[in-house]
Write a protein that binds this ligand. Structure first.
Ligand code: TRP
Length: 464
């Protein structure tokens, strides 16, 4: 039988390698989970969709669905020792299985393309801090002008994407990950420092309150839709990644415990990033609604103001964007790697050809995303720019479908008992009954409701 797996080694090269233990596993998964999703995406969604109420909905979703899906994906991966397309096929052939597997496999390919466009913005800012343009970057118009000038945005996007592809081609992925393990703690320390500085600016307390105290008046159904998409995105779930990680996990590692640790770490960083950015919106822009609704631009507009206002701002800005760059690069590499191994395993391509195909997809979709604020700004899909559209497509439409496929696979085909057996290989399954309830009833019903309502919303049938 053909070896269906991912992880970058040519088929049949070596027996499947595994992580050294729980710490190794948690670090690896946290390394893939922490990225632009925490630092760039979470703060802008929280600012836009209600602050504290968004955070509350996010936490509830993470503790229910997030938990149940991480446990499922990890257990399925460890049970079958396969990545998603293979894991689905391990339980049956039919079209439904292929669909479920492919849905999980295609999502990272969509995400990585616009992820690289944002990686390009980060690279540009890193370069500007290197040149000491600290004061210029803090201008309100700097960022909109930069992304509107397509040639420049495209240049930085291509540069970032090339870095990703070169790392994959050179096969030094391990090295990059090792570097990022060192940088991750530095990022946490710097984030604590910047957040501490930001929340103590005059007027910033309003922003802290906005982020941490739920206010029902700010609630809308979109809060739930956005929080669910963010939970999938940030935890790297519903896209097959954890099947792959699970397949490398040793039998004695406690699945539940490592799930909690990854969740806490990932959410902690997201909240920290929120505390760097949202209070600054209040301190430097008076909490103006236009700024709170800035969307994907928020980090790039707000953070430079924080740096411009402090001593050593250039150094701090440089450090910050260097660390964000590393986090973005490692995430982009593992996203692209997931696409590459799907092509290798399922299409039988050589590794080089698979990387080139992935590169072509990134270039095509990523360029459209990057130019969507300039020359392509006339091109909107369902009223969204290309970047927003791809983001919506992946997080609000495809991921719920992929998550639903996993729920059905677990409850209808594999059976909750077999998942429980897998978890119990290492420890008691403490949340077993809740887990069963989430997978069987809560998750499918909830995902369907959210999915249908977000479709109805973009089609203009209902407004949320
Ligand atoms: N979770 C990552 C972030 O927060 C993004 C991401 C999604 C990712 N899926 C992934 C990273 C798969 C690595 C692998 O930025």
């Amino acid at each position: 039988m053909k070896a269906e797996k991912s992880g970058g080694r040519p088929p049949n090269a070596k027996p499947r390698s595994s992580f050294s233990g729980r710490l190794g596993y948690v670090l690896a998964v946290a390394g893939s989970a922490v990225g632009l999703g925490n630092i760039w995406r979470f703060p802008y969604l929280a600012a836009k969709y209600g602050g504290g109420i968004f955070l509350l909905v996010y936490l509830i979703l993470m503790l229910t669905f997030g938990y149940a899906l991480i446990v499922s994906e990890t257990a399925l991966g460890r049970m079958t020792k396969r990545s998603p397309v293979g894991a689905f096929h391990a339980f049956g052939r039919g079209r439904a299985f292929s669909f479920g597997g492919w849905m999980n496999a295609i999502i990272p390919m969509v995400i990585v393309s616009y992820y690289c466009a944002i990686g390009g913005w980060v690279t540009k800012y890193l370069f500007e801090y290197l040149r000491g343009s600290t004061a210029t970057l803090a201008n309100d118009n700097y960022f909109p002008d930069f992304i509107a000038e397509s040639a420049s945005a495209e240049f930085w996007f291509v540069l970032f994407s090339l870095a990703v592809l070169v790392v994959l081609l050179a096969g030094v992925k391990q090295g990059v990950e090792r570097v990022s393990k060192v940088m991750m703690p530095l990022l946490v320390l710097l984030a604590i420092f910047v957040a501490g500085y930001a929340v103590t600016r005059p007027g910033a307390m309003e922003g802290v309150k906005y982020l941490l105290i739920p206010n029902l008046e700010n609630f809308s159904w979109m809060t739930v839709v956005a929080a669910m998409g963010q939970m999938f995105y940030s935890l790297s779930i519903a896209m097959g990644i954890l099947y792959t990680y699970g397949s490398y996990m040793k039998k004695e590692v406690d699945i539940e415990k490592s799930t909690y640790q990854v969740g806490i770490f990932d959410t902690g960083i997201a909240i920290l990033a929120g505390l760097m950015i949202i209070p600054a919106v209040f301190a430097f822009s008076g909490g103006a609604p236009e700024t709170l609704n800035a969307g994907p631009s928020l980090m790039f507009i707000t953070i430079p103001k924080v740096f411009a206002s402090m001593g050593f701002g250039t150094g701090a800005g440089l450090m910050f964007f260097l660390l964000v760059f590393m986090a973005a690069l490692t995430s982009a590499i593992s996203l692209a790697e997931s696409g590459v191994s799907t092509f290798e395993d399922q299409l039988g391509l050589s590794r080089t050809k698979a990387i080139l195909l992935m590169g072509a997809i990134i270039l095509l979709l990523g360029s459209a995303s990057s130019m969507g604020f300039g020359v392509l700004s006339g091109l909107t899909l369902l009223g969204m720019t290309v970047l927003d559209f791809l983001d919506f497509l992946a997080n609000s439409l495809m991921m719920p479908v992929a998550a639903l496929a996993t729920c059905l696979l677990v409850t209808r085909v594999v059976g909750l008992d077999k998942i429980a057996q897998e978890v119990e290989q290492s420890s008691a399954f403490r949340g077993k009954r809740l887990y069963g309830f989430f997978m069987k009833y809560l998750a499918p019903v909830f995902i369907l409701v959210v999915l249908l309502s977000s479709i109805a919303n973009v089609l203009g049938w209902i407004s949320m």
